[in-house]
Design a protein around this ligand. Structure first.
Ligand SMILES: [Zn+2]
Length: 434
């Protein structure tokens, strides 16, 4: 799976590699990223800039201003997604690229922000070089990707891809405001929400630059990751039924201890996932123990199991083994475990032509690359339903994200932006051939 294309030292100075000058302006990109980080800045560093908040609204105004300065035609769709368009010379489907500017609670300065501002920087670089494209180019800022507000992740791209519809409008936040209320605050008419849907064929491709949010690139000292796809996930809720009884008077061999059994189950999940080769992950995120008293044997335990991988068949295979282990525990511990499906999200594969363009763009700069999955949810996952997509990853220091400690060096930011610039031009050249 590891395919290192070309080992080249990372250039020490921004804007220069052995393969020539950068087209994007690293300092200008840094300047806009620093400015954006002022919107919702926390005392401990990083930002809290939730989708649908006064803070985000102000940040959107800033970004819209940048788009206009870059000569883009700006429009906002009824889901609040911001588009900045530049005409192409031919009548062709749109080449779309961008990311999101909302954050989680106490998030960092790079997640989403880099891909959004790098997309605008690419347009500025095209203008600087008077480069004309065949395709219309559009920068997109998707609404409420993180979904901390309203509990709906990838809201904007979800609506655009047709996955979400008017059923979300009456969702209330903890202030009692509905999503429809917030859309009105954002100047939109919620009655027209589904007008934000993008029909298949409208887009030639979608490309997103993003921080890796994991440790692989930094660990391998590889500047550019080519995303194979966004992993799918399946979740189940499991209930272990034992018997709650007196902790002092029930002999050890007569117990039906649901927590002792669940403890074996938690470790069984880890064992099964670790036994397979690859980058799959499996997690038990919490346990709820009943009755939860110091002097009562636990009679009932509830816990979720989550498995993620790019390959659905592998997820199913691991789940089969997990269930076999649970059955063995049931027999050993004299309890009964039942699991019911909770979530099922299909993996989204990146398009070979987009991956090829990203790979060639990185090669032209002499950058080593590695193919890797995205374990995190992304807007590109939703867009994959309506258009070919691909993602470029750059390193995250210590693999930390969704934290004030989230950091990507300015050089890595510039590298990613330049790979994005070159990828967009390669796609403009290669897709929808004359
Ligand atoms: Zn993100």
């Amino acid at each position: 799976m590891l395919c290192v294309a070309l080992i080249a030292p990372i250039p020490s100075r921004a804007q220069e590699t052995s393969a020539g000058k950068f087209h994007v302006n690293a300092q200008r990109l840094q300047g806009t990223l620093e400015k954006l980080s002022e919107f919702g800045r926390n005392p401990e560093g990083g930002v809290t800039r939730l989708g649908f908040s006064e803070t985000e609204l102000a940040a959107r105004e800033y970004v819209i201003g940048l788009m206009k300065q870059a000569g883009l035609q700006v429009r906002v769709d009824p889901a609040g997604n911001i588009f900045g368009a530049q005409a192409g010379s031919d009548k062709l489907p749109i080449l779309l690229f961008g990311s999101h500017i909302d954050s989680v609670l106490h998030g960092g300065n790079f997640d989403g922000a880099l891909g959004s501002l790098a997309a605008i920087e690419v347009i500025r670089a095209l203008n600087d070089g008077s480069v004309k494209t065949r395709h219309p180019m559009e920068v997109v800022i998707w609404t409420n990707e993180e979904g901390n507000h309203f509990g709906l992740t990838t809201l904007g791209s979800g609506v655009a891809s047709g996955e979400l519809g008017p059923e979300i409008l009456e969702r209330k936040d903890d202030q009692g405001l509905t999503l429809a209320d917030w859309l009105r605050r954002y100047g939109q008419d919620p009655a027209h929400l589904t007008d934000a849907r993008i029909a298949r064929g409208t887009l030639s491709a979608f490309v997103e630059l993003h921080i890796e949010q994991g440790p692989n690139l930094e660990q391998g000292k590889i500047p550019i990751g080519i995303v194979q796809g966004i992993v799918g996930l399946k979740r189940w809720m499991c209930v272990v039924s034992g018997f709650a009884n007196h902790a002092g008077t029930t002999p050890m061999d007569r117990r039906k201890d649901a927590l002792a059994a669940a403890s074996k189950d938690v470790l069984a999940v880890r064992e099964v996932v670790r036994a397979e080769a690859g980058r799959q992950v499996g997690t038990v995120g919490f346990v709820k123990v009943e009755p939860g008293a110091v002097n009562v044997i636990p009679g009932r335990v509830e816990f979720p199991v989550e498995l993620r991988d790019l390959d659905t068949a592998k997820i199913d295979r691991m789940w089969q083994r997990v269930q076999e282990k649970f059955k063995r525990t049931d027999a050993e511990e004299n309890v009964e475990t039942r699991c019911t499906p909770l979530d099922d999200v299909e993996p989204a594969n990146a398009d070979p032509s987009v991956k090829g363009a990203i790979s060639d763009a990185a090669k032209s700069l002499g950058f080593a690359t590695v193919d890797l999955p995205s374990g995190a949810v992304q807007d590109a996952q939703k867009v994959a339903r309506i258009a070919p997509m691909g993602m470029i990853f750059v390193p995250s220091r210590d693999g930390i994200s969704h934290s004030p400690k989230e950091f990507t060096s300015w050089q890595d930011c510039a590298n990613g932006a330049e790979v994005l610039y070159r990828s967009m031009l390669l796609l403009d050249n290669r897709l929808d051939s004359r």
